[in-house]
Design a protein around this ligand. Structure first.
Ligand SMILES: C[S@@+](CC[C@H](N)C(=O)[O-])C[C@H]1O[C@@H](n2cnc3c(N)ncnc32)[C@H](O)[C@@H]1O
Length: 203
């Protein structure tokens, strides 16, 4: 259930960053929620893409809340350490890998993502089905490969919660195969045709 990997669906993440950046330019507090983040490859991929495009000073204004129900009770530790095996990091482009990762001392098989990126990603244990968000004012909510595990009415309820916590015009991203349920379609406008990226509308 917690299947994930670095640079998964890179197209959607690249498009997200492209559409997000003009909406947050000049802001000193940019909040992002990665809901159902698993062990961290997705929020760290997003952090890498943002750091690449924003530059290190503007990137310091970003906070990625990475949440998961985490049945294993391990994700917080894994994400906090930000260390992964060489095998897990195999899909990362070489120049990005060399720029943001370094070997863990005494364990040549593992590599840790650099501290400026680790500082921007905070893990929170959270069950989406409580429908009680832990914060609001998000410029972006990313929820990929999670809603498919829920019943149709639960999906709609969770998406209504995402709508509530987004700033006006904030972005929601789902996986390629996840369409917005009919009953919440009026809450969002699809931003581009070839990715499930939506901006918040006021109904
Ligand atoms: C397939 S992984 C997706 C990871 C990442 N978003 C990606 O697309 O690569 C699905 C994640 O959803 C989490 N999840 C399942 N039910 C959840 C719930 N009710 N609340 C929060 N997270 C949940 C699982 O623990 C798992 O880590």
């Amino acid at each position: 259930m917690a299947f994930t990997f670095f640079f998964r669906d890179n197209h959607t993440l690249e498009q997200l960053v492209k559409h997000l950046l003009p909406t947050v330019q000049g802001r000193s507090n940019i909040k992002i929620w990665d809901a159902g983040c698993a062990m961290g490859p997705e929020p760290y991929t997003l952090a890498i893409l943002l750091a690449e495009k924003m530059g290190k000073f503007a990137f310091k204004n970003v906070r990625i809340d990475a949440s998961d129900i985490d049945g294993s009770d391990l994700f917080g530790k894994i994400i906090g350490e930000g260390a992964y095996s060489g095998e897990e990091l195999g899909r990362i482009p070489k120049e990005i890998f060399e720029k943001y990762f370094s070997p863990v001392e005494g364990n040549g098989e593992r590599y840790r993502i650099c501290e400026p990126l680790r500082q921007r990603v905070l893990f929170r244990r959270h069950d989406l089905l409580t429908l009680e968000p832990f914060d609001q004012g998000y410029s972006l909510v990313l929820c990929k490969n999670v809603l498919l595990h829920f019943a149709p009415n639960q999906r709609a309820d969770v998406i209504r919660m995402f709508h509530r916590v987004l700033v006006p015009g904030g972005l929601l991203a789902l996986e390629q195969t996840q369409k917005l349920p009919e009953e919440v379609r009026h809450l969002f406008r699809q931003v581009i045709g070839d990715a499930q990226i939506f901006s918040k509308e006021e109904p």
